[in-house]
Design a protein around this ligand. Structure first.
Ligand SMILES: *[C@@H]1O[C@H](CO)[C@@H](O)[C@H](O)[C@H]1NC(C)=O
Length: 363
């Protein structure tokens, strides 16, 4: 009796082990994630693609561009996308790992894009990496979804010059963000064709609230003032992860020219008095838009028309720039609203209500 119980127990343990192994190493190589119990045992939504797959043929090409960048392109014959997704990754580490999950991959990023419930036959995707291995993997992962056009760019010599662990060190932040701005501008200008809407998405964002992209697009289409939109970004343990999105507080002195000797104190005052997103969207509903002065890049909508007019991510602190020196704030995403503001349809906003994105917990 006892022996047969032991055998039964062993059998169950064996089957459980097989199940865990097959689940963890499933062919699609998604990250093994136990964010919720149901997700962990595989019965909750795993973000299948909701629209019919097209029957049109895709053409593939690989070219080396004049600057040495390699571009893989897969495009349907009648490709005419309205929306362009953009993402930058250094290498495999850039996909990160989530709360209680193994290393994420390009496949998890595809899951995230499928979770938007958008018809991806009307979307294009452009991703740039510095890793030849990740270039290959991303090329394969993107084939799972029916994008109208997929570009994967490889710039092997490109190095952010910063170890992943050091990337929040203030001493290296300015140089890192200046370089990031150049890479963003490069990818945005290379990737953009006839699309109307651009969506930047960070590789370590793991969750988007329902219909968030659709809401951004509808705000842009129904309101001529709206050019750039972001959403609040949180982690499991932190309500406001993206400290680059803010509105200038009640500090008129920061709107005027800042004397050379006062730059450090102006930066400090801005940081101390700026209004952050949790406060700004408090009490608003899902259809609200709240004006802001600076955005981050975790999820960022940009009206493509602005880019065609020259709006870009400044690779230096643009606010307060003179002929002799760069300014005191406004590098990369923190400067794009400053540029766009001068143009029609250049207003910067954050989505109100419950719209949000979730960033991985580490980093
Ligand atoms: C939101 O507003 C309520 C009521 O005014 C207040 O009690 C709460 O502290 C606010 N929360 C944030 C994050 O500002």
């Amino acid at each position: 009796m006892a022996r047969s119980l032991v055998r039964l127990g062993a059998l169950f343990a064996f089957l459980f082990l097989i199940w865990i192994i097959s689940y963890t190493f499933e062919p699609r190589k998604t990250a093994y994630s136990c964010r919720t119990f149901w997700y962990c045992i595989g019965v909750s939504d795993r973000h299948g693609y909701a629209h019919p797959l097209p029957s049109t043929l895709s053409l593939e090409s690989e070219v080396t561009l004049r600057d040495g960048t390699v571009r893989y392109r897969r495009a349907t014959q009648d490709a005419n996308p309205e929306l362009l997704f953009l993402a930058l990754i250094q290498g495999w580490q850039s996909w990160s790992s989530d709360f209680r999950s193994t290393q994420r991959t390009a496949n998890d990023f595809m899951d995230l894009l499928a979770s938007t419930k958008l018809d991806l036959t009307k979307a294009a995707l452009a991703i740039m990496t510095a890793s030849a291995d990740e270039y290959e993997r991303t090329m394969k992962a993107t084939a799972r979804l029916p994008f109208a056009r997929t570009d994967v760019y490889l710039r092997e010599d490109e190095d952010l010059g910063v170890k992943y662990e050091d990337r929040h060190d203030p001493r290296v932040q300015l140089a890192r963000r200046a370089n990031l701005a150049l890479l963003r501008n490069y990818l945005m200008l290379r990737g953009l064709q006839d699309e109307q809407h651009i969506i930047w998405l960070d590789a370590d964002v793991v969750e988007l609230s329902e219909n968030i992209i659709q809401t951004m697009i509808s705000h842009s289409e129904s309101n001529r003032d709206v050019g750039i939109i972001t959403a609040i970004c949180h982690q499991n343990e932190m309500a406001n992860y993206d400290k680059n999105a803010w509105k200038i507080g009640d500090t008129p002195e920061l709107l005027r020219p800042v004397a050379d000797g006062d730059r450090d104190s102006a930066s400090a005052e801005l940081v101390a008095t700026r209004l952050m997103l949790p406060e700004l969207i408090n009490g608003t509903d899902d259809s609200a838009l709240v004006a802001i002065d600076s955005v981050g890049g975790t999820l960022l909508y940009v009206r493509a028309e602005l880019v065609r007019k020259g709006v870009s991510f400044p690779p230096f602190n643009i606010v307060g720039t003179s002929w002799s020196q760069a300014g005191w704030i406004g590098v990369e995403t923190e400067g794009i609203c400053y540029i766009a503001k001068a143009l029609r349809s250049g207003g910067c906003y954050v989505l109100g209500g419950k719209h949000h994105v979730r960033h991985i917990d580490w980093g």
